[in-house]
Design a protein around this ligand. Sequence first.
Ligand code: ZN
Ligand code: FE
Length: 236
Amino acid sequence: MLKVFPVLCRENYMDNYAYIIIDDKTNTVAVIDPSEADKVIEKCNELKVCPQYILNTHHHFDHVDGNLVLKEKYKAKIVCNKADMYRIEGADIGVGAGEEFALGEAKAKIIDVSAHTQGHILYYFYENKVLFTGDTLFNLCVGGIFEGTEEEMFRALAKIKSLPDDVMFYPGHEYTLGGAGFAFQYNKGDEDIKKYLKRARERLVQGLPVAPVSLGEEKKCNPYLEAKTLQDFKCL
Ligand code: ZN
Ligand code: FE
């Protein structure tokens, strides 16, 4: 099994999520997008784990800022898209689209979703049905387009939509409430979105992340996944 522990970073201004993930068969540990080293170290201490890998989805500072401190402290290897190695300091292992990265026995397929940035990748642990979406897919919204086109983002989301409904996804930020108003309007307040928001609020008041949500739920409620054509997508 793959265990996932969210770590909220940059609380109340950027609300990033780093994730500590553990393949419990082999006790292999990685940190996804360590936004703040201190917060991640605190959680690693609590879990009594030492990450061997740091996995980055893309090069933005709020996803890689903790890289070098954690690399030094844990002697961890930094993994990122091959194409991003030149701009992620200290990168050790480059992975390419379609390749796999093995965290012990948990295998992740690398999916290229260039649009938020060129070279943005997703880590899809297909046997565990767990997907890390970085700044491409958030709860009820999507990431801004910094280094791509609307068409690239639409295609990137189509790749996510093609994955099974029972895959649980973990985004790079807690942005649910930011997307909620528009998603509610877009879905005309139907039962699915009401249920989604009720659960989201219950989680947030308890200080829990809204993640994970299944892709099936997200496909029903996220306007950017609901858009069927590029034209519809551009109109959002
Ligand atoms: Zn970003
Ligand atoms: Fe970000």
